[in-house]
Design a protein around this ligand. Structure first.
Ligand code: TMP
Length: 247
């Protein structure tokens, strides 16, 4: 279906959201902008938007095939996705299979520790506050979601992790950790939103043991390792070469 791009509704660090002729839908444009450390570090990475849009579309379709509700409807072009218009829940839901990143900076847990069961943490989505991690008590005080919604969000996140971890394992990739965002669509249904790409997931190449060479995600940008676009391209290539790929 053709979707006319309407006015800009919202511009974030890596995406723009446009109105559609259907008020229940939006067009999401994936930008080439890369930011890290709460946008203190910024760059333009040619081709990143296209890769993240295609990777996210494929992964949202994989999740839908496995019964997980997402905001994804269809690809409009290589950098534009048609999605449900949602009311964003201001939470960043991070689930970790292997310890690295902020978990190892902020606690004495060693890099590479296998986390079984996976560690799930909720962060408050607010750039000005630096997306702080939430305690049980702070979450209750903020009153962002009901207990039932919270249970649903955690259960969906654990299911997404199981599906994606097994899938990437079959592509010889370790899914180290990732961040999900949620929203409610016009029918009030809870859906996985935002994106699922090397910007918000960590992937390590299973066949490479060097701790830097194996990185195939935004940590290449965060840590100035170079080869950012090649890493993202490698993720898309493995997805496209897989038989599930919807084409
Ligand atoms: P962290 O180790 O820096 O807390 O990151 C955990 C996961 O969440 C990792 O896959 C990267 C992702 N992430 C985002 O998508 N957005 C963010 O703002 C941050 C800090 C992390």
């Amino acid at each position: 279906m053709n979707h006319i791009q309407g006015s800009l509704i919202y511009e974030g660090k890596a995406k723009r959201v446009f109105a559609c002729e259907n008020p229940d839908r939006v067009l999401i444009e994936f930008k080439n902008d890369a930011t890290a450390f709460n946008a203190k570090k910024r760059s333009l990475i040619e081709g990143k938007g296209r890769l993240n849009c295609k990777i996210s579309a494929a992964l949202f379709q994989l999740l839908e095939l496995n019964g997980i509700p997402t905001h994804f409807l269809e690809l409009h072009s290589e950098t534009l996705m048609v999605a449900d218009k949602i009311s964003v829940i201001p939470l960043e839901v991070v689930i970790r299979n292997i310890a690295t990143g902020s978990l190892c900076r902020e606690t004495p847990i060693n890099q590479g520790t296998i986390l079984n069961p996976p560690l799930l943490d909720l962060y408050y989505k607010d750039d000005e506050l630096g997306d702080p991690i939430l305690t049980e008590g702070r979450l209750q005080l903020l009153d962002i979601i009901s207990d039932i919604q919270r249970e649903e969000i955690e259960q969906i996140t654990r299911s997404v992790n199981k599906i994606l971890k097994e899938y990437f394992d079959s592509l010889d990739l370790l899914l180290v950790d990732f961040k999900l965002e949620f929203g409610t669509n016009s029918s009030g249904k809870l859906v996985v939103a935002d994106e699922i790409s090397p910007d918000n997931c960590r992937f390590w190449d299973k066949k490479i043991s060097d701790s830097k060479d194996r990185i195939l995600d935004k940590d290449r940008f965060r840590q100035d390792l170079g080869g950012v676009i090649d890493a993202y391209q490698e993720i898309l290539k493995r997805i496209e070469n897989d038989s599930f790929h919807p084409g």
